[in-house]
Design a protein around this ligand. Structure first.
Ligand code: ZN
Ligand code: ZN
Length: 194
């Protein structure tokens, strides 16, 4: 039995609101991210959605909101990342065609076979189980390249400290390959003038 489910007989052609809270432990047990490593989840993911039945289709639309602790990919600092992911899923009645093994598993466990784009799929039975769908939406909401700030300056090339914290090297002239070349050029020019 899926943990997050909607009874199809409860749905009409008018939108019915549902709210689900996905506990951190639930998600950590399903995802391949070890807790305390790169992702820290301390509060539930919240799914607010409207579900309706349009002829035989089940339409689910809403937004995931949450917050996780991530590690900045530039400076390595931990920071809170707000998550917000809108979604819209249209499920048609399962047409009986044998799906791939993953779809078969989804139908058996959740009564739902998800399409690859997470926007369409099919359902079978009296209950729409949203476990797999919620797991995929959370994964989708995670940034591929976490940044503590869009303009995060990263680490100091000299001392390795985060540049935004301001290390002691800040006022030193950091020689770039270009400034070294410019210095060489100036030296050559000076020699030629002799
Ligand atoms: Zn950063
Ligand atoms: Zn430094």
């Amino acid at each position: 039995m899926p943990d997050f489910r909607i009874q199809i007989e409860r749905l009409t052609d008018r939108k019915t609101p549902f709210e689900f809270e996905v506990a951190p432990a639930w998600w950590l047990a399903r995802s391949e991210v070890p807790e305390g490593d790169s992702v820290v989840v301390s509060e539930p993911f919240r799914f607010a959605l409207d579900a309706s039945r349009v002829s035989d289709d089940v339409v689910i639309e809403g937004t995931l909101e949450g917050e996780v602790g991530l590690e900045c990919s530039r400076c390595g600092k931990r920071y809170p990342q707000a998550l917000r992911e809108p979604f819209r899923l249209v499920l048609e009645p399962f047409d009986g065609q044998a799906p791939d093994p993953e779809g078969e598993k989804g139908l058996a466990e959740n009564g739902v076979c998800l399409g690859e784009d997470l926007e369409a799929g099919s359902y079978r039975g009296a209950v729409v189980g949203l476990d797999d769908f919620f797991g995929e939406v959370i994964a989708l909401a995670m940034p591929l390249q976490p940044l503590c700030d869009e303009d995060c300056p990263g680490l100091c090339a000299h001392c390795g400290a985060p540049r935004d914290a301001g290390c002691d090297c800040e006022d030193e002239k950091i020689e770039s390959p270009f400034s070294a070349l410019a210095g060489l050029k100036a030296q050559l020019e000076a020699e030629q003038q002799d």
